[in-house]
Design a protein around this ligand. Structure first.
Ligand SMILES: [Zn+2]
Ligand SMILES: [Zn+2]
Length: 359
């Protein structure tokens, strides 16, 4: 593969402004590969960090966002024999510093040196350059080979699947026969439904407000769809579980009312997994949580070996992320890609950008 000295990339130049510019193509160093990006998905984290910088984010004019991407290995850095040029790959965003106590235990998404690039930490698209570009450099620990059965658009969602798997691992993972409620039929919710079913959950409820998204939930395996505009989800879950409540509630919407809803529909000693990020502090009734011994868990990002597990689950055909990718755009139309995602135009769920295609 010939690598051009310059490439096109979307640079964050000021709040909410991405400009497609010509920049130097990066070169892979020790234990790194250069990836030619085929697909990079827009995520609500991108929308958030473009509005207001996240911790460790490079200054305006220097940052290329995009952390959900897939592509082909285009060049190998010194010492790399784990991959070869042309390999089809998907990536996870976080490389920990690999030296703090959390990283040494494998909890690299909670690296204690987060944002400290001098110490080796990087989170592509957040604290270092990401995939809204024709090429990007990744440490090999963040790269996963994917089989031909997974196309690049679907593969760009690997961190979404990895994040959900990490969440289920954190709550204990054993779901056989459990009553599971998923709140929010967005990307993480629709994936949570599939993973809960794949892990043997009994009945999976999906709670949402939009008919179109809920119907996708039905297609990917939700047993019971609950439209908040038509039914009271707490009453209904309690009724259908004979007053007990759900064993596990997964909150993926990031809503301000839904954390309390999750608490009320969880059975005593049940679990609540928070994956959605509320935009402001929320009020919840901790008396209900404590008096009934309910546990609240959180995870940030894809964590531990869960992206590798994601590839395996995918390859076995037990999850299908294709229905989630609804729109795609070339890099030059990246602003339109973001508008489509944010305004959910045309029923948009996940929107991907193709930096090396003109469409
Ligand atoms: Zn993301
Ligand atoms: Zn670390």
């Amino acid at each position: 593969m010939t690598i051009p000295p310059k490439m096109k990339a979307a640079v964050l130049t000021e709040p909410n402004r991405l400009e497609v510019r010509e920049v130097k193509t990066p070169r892979p160093g020790h234990a790194e590969v250069l990836i030619k990006v085929e697909a990079c998905a827009v995520c609500s984290s991108d929308v958030s960090l473009m509005a207001k910088p996240w911790f460790g984010q490079p200054p305006y004019g220097k940052h290329i966002p995009g952390h959900e991407y897939s592509g082909r290995v285009a060049a190998l850095g010194p010492t790399v024999d784990e991959f070869k040029v042309g390999d089809r790959v998907a990536v996870e965003a976080h490389l920990g510093c690999l030296r703090c106590i959390n990283c040494r235990r494998g909890d690299y998404t909670a690296c204690l040196n987060f944002g400290n690039t001098k110490k080796g930490h990087r989170a592509n698209g957040f604290t270092t350059n990401g995939g809204f570009a024709q090429y990007v450099v990744n440490h090999i620990n963040t790269v996963h080979a994917i089989p031909d059965s997974i196309d690049f658009d679907e593969a760009s969602l690997i961190t979404n699947l990895g994040c959900v798997l990490y969440g289920f691992e954190t709550v204990g993972g054993y779901l056989v026969g459990d009553q599971v409620v998923v709140i929010g039929p967005g990307p993480l919710g629709l994936i949570s439904v599939q993973v809960a079913k794949a892990l043997g959950a009994g009945k999976v409820y999906l709670v949402g407000t939009r008919k179109a998204r809920l119907s996708v939930g039905g297609k990917v395996g939700a047993d019971r769809l609950l439209n908040v505009n038509e039914e009271d989800p707490v009453k209904l879950v309690l009724k259908e579980t004979r007053g007990r409540g759900a064993d596990l509630v997964v909150e993926t919407s990031g809503g301000l009312e839904t954390p309390q809803m999750a608490i009320e529909m969880t059975k005593p000693i049940g679990k609540i997994l928070m994956l959605g990020l509320p935009s402001e502090p929320v009020r919840v009734d901790f008396e209900n949580v404590i008096q009934k011994s309910k546990s609240i868990y959180t995870v940030r990002g894809e964590g531990r070996a869960n992206c590798a597990r994601a590839v395996s689950l995918w390859a076995s055909g037990r999850v299908n992320l294709k229905p989630l990718v609804t729109h795609s755009f070339p890099l030059k139309n990246i602003s339109e890609a973001f508008r489509t995602f944010v305004e959910r135009k045309g029923g948009a769920i996940k929107v991907v950008v193709h930096p090396n295609r003109n469409h």
